[in-house]
Design a protein around this ligand. Structure first.
Ligand SMILES: NC(=O)C1=CN([C@@H]2O[C@H](COP(=O)(O)OP(=O)(O)OC[C@H]3O[C@@H](n4cnc5c(N)ncnc54)[C@H](O)[C@@H]3O)[C@@H](O)[C@H]2O)C=CC1
Ligand SMILES: N[C@@H](CC=O)C(=O)O
Ligand code: NA
Length: 463
């Protein structure tokens, strides 16, 4: 549907009286940015640096007309002219000369109102806000359709990697059977530095905050929720039904210790926080079951994702026609995220210029009957670290509990200690359901020789 904004841009062009002149064929799309922090500032900067290049490619000049901020006096890393600043975001949405809105304030309350109010004014929105999409995506896409507007969200997943476009357009001819993603830059930065430098968790998190990688509330990163928001968006896009946050199993990285990183290394693995979307074959007439989860996992060092370090993200997408494909790039930070938002502004500007009818919409429901597989039914291999008293019979008791539950052990490491001392015992466990392993570990934890709650990390085999 062609909305009022598109009509006003077209009217401006045809009314200029110089139809043959390329210079005046250049249309201008005015942007209102809401939130002038890391991402909002990055978008402003990106347009200063590459706005002319984009205009020459698009035939549309993108111009920042207003930036809504919280505090006019606050010093900013990106210098935005004071004349553009306002503290009244609603006035930016209401301004009839502004065609597109960028929502870069974060959070799910005011941000939701910003997006809905913009739609009501017939203005499409570009957002980087995965928390907002995770919580209200279904409602917001329906509202966009109702008002003949659009919601663009490339910056919301994996920063500068154009993964939304990949799933929406590049792989449209595929059924997506697997997605494995390192999708949180902060966690990958922390785990990489813990492994490569032996750095401390807290210290590295502070660096990630200073570098603008972490969320305003960093527990969203380290507890895995940010990765879950992103994984849910990818799963929804790939499988065509909106995956609800409550259906996504989430475990973060706070329980990962340097000891586990070292033992994993000895066994030939690297620990990464993975977002996983796996489609399982369902019986005839039955709805598709999809695993959607986020957890730290041991990856074989030989797997390409094991060598993705620092703030970099990478996503492996398997399609039934194309096979495995891989995408790599900076997952957080000002410039990488701005790059993704700029591509959305370009798409939105082209939609205003040409109309959206011929284009693929940002989210189209297509498999309404899909369902998320509960984590209890998910099968994987496991790394288990126990803290045990080194005395005769301990290992036998532990293996007996696992044996009774039909859980096989593929290898055991126990560094030499002296009898009676507390030592780590590492078990690598064959394929088993999550519920089976959790129950067995519950029993093992109660043994008198076991001195701390068992540490359990899944092992990903990428099948
Ligand atoms: N920093 C990053 O690397 C990435 C961030 N994102 C997302 O981008 C969004 C923005 O994140 P950042 O720029 O990093 O956060 P930020 O904290 O640097 O910037 C947000 C800005 O919005 C302002 N703000 C909040 N409420 C406002 C209001 N009512 N009116 C005007 N201004 C208001 C704040 O004062 C702050 O300056 C979030 O949704 C985040 O999840 C997405 C990808 C990467
Ligand atoms: N906090 C996020 C920012 C980008 O989405 C991350 O670290 O990945
Ligand atoms: Na992206």
């Amino acid at each position: 549907m062609e909305n009022r904004q598109a009509k006003s841009i077209k009217k401006g062009l045809s009314g200029n009286g110089f139809q043959g002149n390329l210079a005046v064929l250049m249309q201008q799309v005015n942007i209102g940015i809401i939130g002038g922090g890391t991402v909002g500032g990055g978008v402003y900067k990106g347009l200063q640096v590459n706005g002319a290049l984009m205009a020459s490619r698009l035939g549309v000049q993108l111009r920042v007309a207003k930036v809504a901020v919280r505090d006019l006096k606050k010093g900013r890393a990106v210098n935005i002219p004071p004349a553009l600043l306002t503290t009244d975001w609603q006035s930016v949405i209401d301004d009839p000369s502004i065609h597109l809105i960028g929502e870069f304030i974060g959070g799910t309350t005011t941000a939701r109102t910003v997006v809905l109010n913009a739609f009501k004014k017939g203005k499409s929105v570009i957002t980087a806000n995965k928390a907002l999409l995770s919580a209200h995506g279904e409602e917001l896409f329906a509202a966009a359709a109702k008002y003949g507007t659009n919601l663009y969200y490339e910056a919301s997943v994996a920063g500068g990697i154009p993964i939304i476009k990949v799933l929406r357009e590049g792989l449209i001819g595929n059924r997506i059977t697997r997605i494995y993603g390192i999708v949180n830059g902060t966690c990958n930065y922390i785990l990489s530095r813990m492994k490569l430098e032996g750095a401390d968790f807290g210290e590295v998190l502070a660096d990630a905050q200073r570098l603008g990688y972490a969320e305003a509330e960093p527990s969203l990163d380290i507890d895995g929720h940010d990765a879950a928001h992103k994984t849910g968006i990818l799963a929804s896009l790939a499988h065509g039904f909106w995956v609800k946050p409550k259906d996504i199993y989430v475990a973060g990285i706070t329980a990962i210790s340097k000891l586990d990183i070292q033992f994993a290394g000895q066994l030939g693995y690297t620990i990464k926080l993975l977002g996983i979307v796996k489609k399982f074959e369902s019986g005839k007439g039955k709805s598709a079951k999809i695993q959607v989860s986020v957890y730290p996992a041991l990856l074989p060092n030989s797997h390409v994702l094991a060598s993705v370090n620092g703030v970099f993200n990478a996503i492996l997408v398997r399609g039934d026609v194309v096979g495995d494909t891989l995408y790599y790039g900076r997952g957080a930070g000002q410039d990488a995220t701005a790059s993704a938002a700029l591509s959305d502004f370009a798409d939105a500007a082209l939609d205003l210029k040409c109309g959206t009818k011929s284009r693929i919409l940002p989210f189209t429901p297509h498999e309404q009957d899909g369902a998320v597989l509960p984590i209890s039914e998910v099968v994987s291999r496991y790394y288990v670290r126990l803290s045990v008293i080194d005395k005769p019979g301990t290992l036998a008791r532990i293996t007996a509990i696992l044996g009774e539950a039909n859980i096989g052990i593929s290898s055991v490491i126990q560094p030499e200690g002296h009898e009676g001392s507390s030592v780590p015992l590492i078990l690598m466990i064959h394929d088993a359901t999550n519920s089976n392993v959790t129950k067995a570990l519950g029993k093992i934890a109660k043994l008198s020789a076991v001195k701390a709650p068992p540490v359990m990390i899944r092992v990903e085999s990428f099948e």
